[in-house]
Ligand binder design. Structure first.
Ligand SMILES: C[S@@+](CC[C@H](N)C(=O)[O-])C[C@H]1O[C@@H](n2cnc3c(N)ncnc32)[C@H](O)[C@@H]1O
Length: 412
């Protein structure tokens, strides 16, 4: 996996389809390199935060003594941040520990000296920090309000479109591309649907593997997600406040639940036509180099009569990144393309206000004014209105796809 990730080592011009194909050996070498780069980033976290703390201490100690005397708590607060970083590192070590052999048929070799910490880029450190914040969104009580605004509309729509009194929901297949730490997919599986999350980033895959498979004790673990935020704190203690997770036991799905996470680039993994009853994208479509490629893939993989549910903004991930293809379309333009593909837009709300990994004590808070829509691939597209169309929706079993590397990456 991670072949075309923005985090990946293959940052050549115009990734995706137009990128230069490497030999399989070269691909494998690059993938290993990428894997270890992300492990190294998790390992380097503590050193990185300690550097920041040292810098803040240095700045404080450079103040005139009379100013320092007015601020008796600053150094102890910095010391507290340092302790919180140590604690976060312990959790990250748990994540790494469970990641080294998590892909069934892929081995990434061993590090010559696993104890040695290698420095990482600011880019990778930012990814580690945002992964820590993703635990708040997906697996803490603190994130519940955010999940209610982002995930609930999607879940309610799935239940409205595929009600359990009319469907055998265990046969309704739902795909969540860009599943992050997996909570949305998990919630849908908990309701009995056959749900698969797909994710491409090792940061997310390592962390979702940890939380989904290794954290059964409710609220037994602690993270300090806000220690990296040195600005916009009302109180010093806001910076060091903890969150506990997981707010539910991720292993508490019914025994017959059909839930999986598959690693790989969405457009590369999902190529089979007419396979899914529902594709749900949450804060995902703007991760594309070319969002129309996502629309095209969703159109292709949905069964006739299947639905695409989307909620999110258009914060294009590759905008302003050198040497990366990035087509920044307005919602209006994307909507035109969706309709031109043949989708019928059945539900549309253009102003759904949500947050994303929000620090609710911060003096700076972002609100996303998201679009929400349900677009249906018409059932009569291939069947010309024959009765098969309804049977198709009700009876086809979910089609669990193989990840790019031969069915080895299933995490749960
Ligand atoms: C903004 S996050 C949203 C995560 C989750 N859906 C949520 O709402 O919390 C976008 C996610 O999509 C993933 N992603 C980006 N491009 C992807 C691709 N081509 N295939 C699969 N996942 C991708 C990223 O790694 C990231 O976890």
């Amino acid at each position: 996996m991670a072949e075309t990730t923005g985090e990946g080592p293959q940052g050549g011009p115009f990734l995706n389809k137009d990128r230069i194909k490497n030999s399989p050996e070269e691909e494998s070498r690059l993938e290993k390199q990428h894997f270890w780069r992300i492990i190294d980033a998790f390992r380097f976290y503590r050193d990185h935060v300690q550097e920041q703390v040292k810098r803040a201490e240095g700045q404080f100690l450079s103040l005139p003594q009379r100013h320092q005397n007015l601020l008796p708590d600053v150094l102890s607060n910095l010391n507290r941040i340092s302790q919180c970083a140590d604690h976060n590192q312990d959790i990250l070590q748990g994540i790494i520990h469970n990641s080294l052999h998590m892909f069934e048929n892929i081995e990434y070799g061993e590090r010559e000296d696993p104890r040695k910490t290698r420095s990482s880029t600011t880019f990778d450190m930012d990814k580690v920090k945002s992964t820590i914040k993703q635990f708040v969104r997906d697996w803490s009580e603190t994130g519940r309000a955010e999940r209610d605004t982002c995930y609930k509309p999607i879940i309610q729509e799935i239940q409205r479109l595929f009600p359990s009194d009319r469907y055998d929901v265990s046969k309704v297949s739902v795909l969540i591309p860009g599943a992050g730490l997996g909570r949305l997919a998990w919630e849908i599986a908990r309701l009995g649907y056959a749900c698969q999350g797909n994710e491409w980033s090792f940061f997310m895959l390592f962390s979702s593997n940890f939380v989904l498979n290794r954290c059964e004790n409710v609220n037994s673990l602690t993270l300090y997600p806000w220690i990296h935020q040195f600005s916009n704190n009302k109180k010093s203690s806001d910076q060091t406040r903890p969150i506990i997770f997981p707010d539910v036991n991720p292993q508490s799905l019914p025994l017959d639940a059909d839930f999986s996470m598959v690693a790989g680039d969405f457009v590369e993994v999902y190529r089979d036509s007419d396979s899914w009853d529902c594709v749900a994208t949450c804060f995902f479509i703007d991760t594309a180099h070319n969002v129309i490629e996502y629309v095209e893939t969703i159109w292709k993989i949905l069964k006739p009569g299947g639905v695409w549910i989307n909620l999110g903004p258009l914060l294009y991930h590759f905008e302003n990144m050198a040497d990366e293809l990035s087509v920044e379309l307005s919602y209006e333009d994307i909507r035109t393309a969706i309709v031109n593909f043949g989708f019928h837009i059945e539900v549309e709300r253009e102003s759904v206000q949500t947050t994303y990994t929000e620090n609710d004590h911060s003096m700076l808070r972002y609100i996303y004014d998201c679009v929400f829509f349900v677009a249906r691939k018409p059932a009569d597209l291939y069947f010309n209105g024959h009765e098969e169309e309804n049977d198709q929706l009700r009876s086809s079993p979910p089609c669990a796809k193989s990840p790019r590397r031969e069915g080895t990456d299933s995490l749960t």
